[in-house]
Design a protein around this ligand. Structure first.
Ligand code: CMX
Length: 134
């Protein structure tokens, strides 16, 4: 079941510069800055009471994130919803016609994730995330 908004991700061309902008805007430092090679990005995550803001900078020229940045410029890249059972939610949503970008959820640094292609969600890339206890 979807439990709420986990984060909104913004693609940026210069993570260091964008981190300064969002530190000033939000009044907090990022809780996590990391490179995620399997997603071909480096990211900074700002935690806020109602959800998180993630800044993404692509690290490879052929990644979907970089193609998006080159085509559309900086801006919102995806919205992530928190799921309490991402495998069950993904199965149900795929049955209902949503188009995943991978056949099934995968394990990522924040938990188990799957993306729904923007062509099946009115133009917005959607991530579902089930956080794992460390
Ligand atoms: N939001 C809205 N539309 C998007 C999009 C996005 N983030 N990324 C691509 N699109 C659009 C393109 O503009 C293009 O539209 P047109 O056909 O109108 O030109 C269309 O989708 C292209 O689709 P595609 O041929 O499948 O294109 P790509 O090879 O660029 O792949 C996508 C796009 C979404 C399948 C790919 O980026 C993907 O698999 N994303 C999921 C993984 C991901 O984004 N990881 C990074 C974040 C990781 C994290 O935060 O943890």
């Amino acid at each position: 079941m979807i439990r709420g908004i986990h984060h909104i991700a913004i693609v940026v061309s210069d993570l260091e510069a964008a981190m300064k902008t969002y530190e000033t805007l939000l009044g907090v430092k990022p809780e996590r800055v990391a490179e995620v090679p399997e997603q071909e990005i480096k990211m900074a995550c700002f935690a806020l009471p109602g959800g998180r803001i993630e800044l993404l900078e692509p690290t490879t020229p052929d990644s979907g994130v970089n193609k998006y940045l080159q085509k559309r410029g900086e801006g919102i890249h995806h919205v992530c919803f928190e799921s309490d059972d991402v495998d069950a939610d993904a199965r149900e949503l795929i049955e209902k016609g949503f188009v995943p970008t991978t056949p099934s959820p995968q394990d990522g640094p924040e938990g188990r994730i799957i993306f729904l292609h923007p062509k099946s969600t009115h133009g917005v890339l959607i991530e579902l995330l089930q956080e794992v206890d460390e």
